[in-house]
Design a protein around this ligand. Structure first.
Ligand code: FAD
Length: 459
């Protein structure tokens, strides 16, 4: 029996129709670009869509939705393709790919940035930094601005300016029925509330508007520690960020190096007036320091301190927002890394001190502002034969973190197998029900279900 989606991919006529109707590009399985266009960041995900519609604006997006409906194709939405769940690609379905929509414009006078729905953080930061302006974004340049914002957004400026979604002030969205809606504090404010963390559940966002702050230079970079001091340094890291002013964001990655020695990487980003801030002097004084490239630098340079190869490694991530990073939890995390003994597996520890706590909780649906840290077990590996062991390590390590969990995980790091209860817990019951009401309004039949899904009905 021929599957409906196979019929579409084989029916040149249908693709021709879509090619005629779309201003952007249409890529099918027979096209030269098909294999590069379907790759996503996580090599664990290898899917073959029937058609990829590279849209050039809201009208193209509406046309793509219409085509998917007519041909009964499941829809996936692609921004930067970074989501570890691989939600940006679907077997036998239609991908609404926004990678041609990457323009970012800046209004210096109103300190507002207008980003198209497929722009990346490198696009965004390059455009805003040309005017000495920023919004807090992600730490890897190729990550999608929209995908990251819709899931929250933690990075080098979180303590200073809050989550990325806290800085979203407007959006233009195409719903699966093809209608275009604008969201701002004046127009459809409930939709804007939902977009500040509720994910890609309500439509395809073609344009986003952000509030900008003045920032040229930071003191940042990376410090690497090795050996027996790592456990103590993690405790010091915890205490340092707990007592640090909101002009210092700081993240930590704990892992083993190739010789299976404990390794801690700390990434501070200081934006205050000191040229040699006290907190960085403290960090440099800790035992086991093997590398320190912290210095005054442009924010664009700070945004280059992390990188991650695209589409090469297999990833499985799972974690929790914790109320505290206890000595016991630190020992547990190191113990699990040592017992597994397979770098580059690591644990990412992101601090939520400063601005996320001071933001108005009514801004958006997310419930984890009270957390001290987001602690994520990140399994990274190369061979398919090692899938089961690595996935089990990430799950077991997340289970070990769970006793300290405030409930729910970080939507931006969730795999596709997370149960709806975890998504619900990331928002809390009341906000989740409000999100479901929005979902019933903008996507009542759950066309957009390849995401951290807010089901319109039932559970
Ligand atoms: C290397 C790496 C670094 C990362 N760094 C950070 C970080 O510093 N901080 C952080 O908070 N997170 C980070 N993340 C997680 C990242 O924020 C999420 O995975 C996010 O979903 C990626 O968005 P994307 O557009 O790149 O991904 P995609 O896989 O393209 O999109 C993910 C989902 O977002 C939705 N979406 C994307 N664009 C649109 C749109 N225009 N309209 C509607 N829905 C849309 C869709 O549901 C889509 O399935 C990182 C991930 C990776 C792999």
């Amino acid at each position: 029996m021929t599957h409906r989606s196979d019929e579409i991919s084989n029916t040149a006529n249908s693709l021709l129709q879509l090619r005629d109707a779309l201003v952007g590009e249409v890529i099918g399985p027979a096209d030269r670009d098909y294999d590069t266009a379907r790759v996503c960041f996580n090599a664990l995900v290898d899917r073959r869509p029937a058609v990829i519609a590279r849209c050039l604006g809201p009208t193209d997006v509406a046309t793509a939705f219409d085509f998917a409906r007519t041909h009964e194709l499941e829809v996936a939405v692609r921004g930067g393709g970074h989501n570890p769940a691989g939600h940006c690609v679907v077997d036998g379905g239609l991908v609404i790919d926004l990678s041609l929509l990457r323009k970012v414009e800046v209004d210096q006078r109103t300190r507002t940035a207008y980003a198209q729905g497929g722009s990346t953080w490198l696009d965004f930061d390059s455009a805003t930094q040309a005017f000495g302006l920023v919004t807090p974004g992600g730490v890897v340049g190729s990550t999608g601005v929209c995908g990251l914002t819709l899931g929250g957004g933690i990075g080098h400026l979180t303590a200073q300016y809050g989550l990325t979604c806290d800085n979203l002030v407007g959006a233009e969205l195409v719903s699966p029925n093809g209608s275009v809606t604008r969201a701002s504090s004046d127009e459809n404010p409930e939709l804007l509330w939902g977009l500040r963390g509720g994910g890609g559940n309500f439509g395809v966002v073609t344009r986003l508007e952000y509030r900008l702050e003045r920032l040229d230079r930071v003191v940042g970079g990376l410090l690497d520690f090795r050996g027996s001091a790592v456990a103590d340094n993690l405790r010091r890291f915890r205490d340092l960020v707990a007592g640090s002013p909101p002009d210092l964001s700081c993240q930590a990655v704990v892992a083993l190096d190739e010789s299976l020695t404990p390794a801690l990487r700390v990434a501070p980003c200081y934006t205050g007036i000191d040229t040699d801030p006290r907190e960085l002097r403290k960090l440099r004084s800790w035992a086991g320091l093997v590398h320190d490239d912290t210095s005054a630098r442009s924010f664009l340079d700070q945004q280059l301190v992390f990188d991650s190869p695209y589409g090469e490694d297999r990833h499985y991530w799972k974690g929790h927002f914790v109320g505290e990073l206890t000595d016991e939890l630190i020992d547990e995390l190191l113990d699990r890394l040592l017992t597994f003994g397979r770098p580059p597996v690591h644990v990412l520890i992101e601090s939520l001190h400063g601005a996320p706590k001071n933001a108005d909780p009514a801004l958006g649906p997310i419930a984890y502002r009270a957390a001290a840290f987001n602690v994520s077990a990140m399994a990274v590996w190369a061979k398919a034969d090692d899938d089961d062991q690595h996935i089990a390590w990430a799950r077991d390590t997340a289970a070990a973190i769970e006793p300290w969990s405030l409930g729910g995980g970080y939507a931006n790091y969730m795999q596709a197998d997370e149960p709806v209860e975890r998504v619900r817990a990331a928002f809390g019951d009341d906000a989740f029900e409000r999100l479901r009401a929005l979902k019933r309004r903008y996507d009542p039949t759950n066309v957009l279900r390849r995401n951290q899904n807010i089901p319109p009905d039932g559970l």
